[in-house]
Ligand binder design. Structure first.
Ligand SMILES: Cc1ncc(COP(=O)(O)O)c(C=O)c1O
Length: 403
């Protein structure tokens, strides 16, 4: 009998399974109200539109839509994406765009082209688990920077970069989620984005901007992506996705990067999957080209804004006074902190009371965040949001000894 474990690479031996995936298995029972996942509402999927487009694509372009495509992605889709990015202030052409199987694949490809074992990556504390997982799979060493209500703490970041420069160490990149952060819900204001770009230039480092939620704003003024402040200087790589504005099942995302980086990403992607699903790309292209995306985004925003409001009001009503939470201006998550509570242990009691969340420490690599939790409001129904927060409030009150 072959002993498989001795055959696995050092990389896979060090890899951790996503704690969220394990937790999600527990929360899939229908009686449990789950704030744990990061899923869009199924009601937000434009099923009829996709059906109509699919039939047209098969009728009119079936022979190419079912064929392999180029590794860079479908040129007309890349052109539509470039147009969209330019409207967001990011100066680019389709030659700066790579279409990927979701933003998650872009995180993997970025890791593949930049990271050798023990290379340094900066992440906010907390950060998106899938990002930490992708960089960790390539054995990155992490440097954590605290996240505040206005995003990554730039004073601490600058101090750290100064220190590294003194020590003659070079960072590979700073992973940043400036808009409607997953998991923390916070947003970096425009002036901080400007300062961040100055820091990137001063220390000659690269930022990797992950932006799945940027178009889902429920209040406040629009802020352009970090990359828009970069004036084509090449200090930012941007990642976008169709998962939250169309459907994650199509597995479509895109990376915007200087052409030199894009060329390496293409090489890396060739050995991963040759090309992104041509069929999905044609559907997404038609969705953009027919001008259907903006009205659909408005519909989703209305739905999620209402759910967010219900969650925030319910927390006000049912949570103990000591608990604090973020009021997210967009996206899919809020982040609550219950001083003195071990949220990893509490989740077991919460699941007994038929409500679930993800504990804060899951989003960190330094063991911190033990008293915090991520709450998703996009997936449950409005009634479930209200009832779930009521249940969670009871669990928290019992744990914290408050009434
Ligand atoms: C911050 C962040 N990055 C990347 C992803 C992965 O997105 P995709 O479905 O495009 O792979 C997600 C998914 O929830 C996310 O929240």
């Amino acid at each position: 009998m072959v002993e498989f474990s001795s055959l696995f690479s050092g990389r896979i031996a060090e890899m951790r399974r996503s704690e969220i995936r394990e937790l999600l298995k527990l929360t899939q029972k229908p009686e449990i109200i789950s704030f744990a996942g990061g899923l869009p509402s199924p009601e937000a999927f434009p099923i009829d539109v996709v059906k109509e487009i699919t039939i047209d694509v098969l009728d009119e372009k079936g022979s190419v839509a079912l064929q392999y495509g180029t590794t860079e992605g479908l040129a007309p889709l890349r052109k539509e994406l470039a147009k969209r990015m330019n409207k967001l202030g990011v100066k680019c052409t389709h030659e700066n765009i790579l279409v990927t199987h979701g933003c998650q694949q872009a995180l993997d490809l970025i890791s593949k082209i930049f990271l050798d074992a023990h290379d340094l990556v900066v992440c906010s504390l907390p950060s998106y688990l899938g990002g930490i997982g992708a960089f960790g799979a390539f054995q990155a060493d992490f440097i954590g920077i605290p996240l505040e209500s206005d995003g990554m703490n730039l004073d601490v970041l600058e101090g750290k970069l100064k220190e590294l420069r003194k020590e003659g160490k070079r960072l590979k990149f700073i992973y940043v989620l400036p808009t409607f952060h997953n998991p923390a819900g916070v947003t970096m204001p425009a002036e901080n984005r400007k300062r961040m770009i100055e820091i990137l230039k001063e220390y000659d480092v690269l930022a990797l901007e992950d932006d799945p939620y940027g178009e889902l704003r429920y209040e406040g003024d629009h802020i352009d992506p970090l990359m828009a402040y970069d004036n084509e200087d090449g200090h930012v790589i941007y990642l976008g996705t169709f998962s939250k504005i169309l459907a994650p099942g199509l597995r479509l995302g895109w990376a915007v990067a200087p052409t030199e980086i894009l060329d390496s990403l293409v090489t890396a992607k060739q050995s991963t999957d040759l090309c992104t699903s041509t069929f999905s790309q044609y559907i997404a292209y038609e969705y953009l080209h027919r001008g259907l995306v903006n009205s659909h985004i408005e519909k989703i925003k209305k739905m999620y804004r209402s759910k967010r409001n219900i969650m925030l009001e319910a927390m006000e009503t049912y949570f103990p006074e000591e608990v604090e939470w973020v009021r997210p201006e967009g996206g899919m998550f809020t982040w609550a902190t219950a001083p003195g509570v071990d949220t990893k242990e509490l989740v077991i009691k919460a699941i007994e009371q038929k409500v679930a969340y993800v504990h804060g420490a899951a989003f960190r690599f330094d063991g911190g965040g033990r008293d915090s939790m991520r709450l998703n409001f996009s997936y449950p129904t409005e009634e479930e949001v209200e009832e779930g927060i009521k249940r969670l409030g009871r669990v928290l009150k019992e744990e914290m000894g408050t009434s």
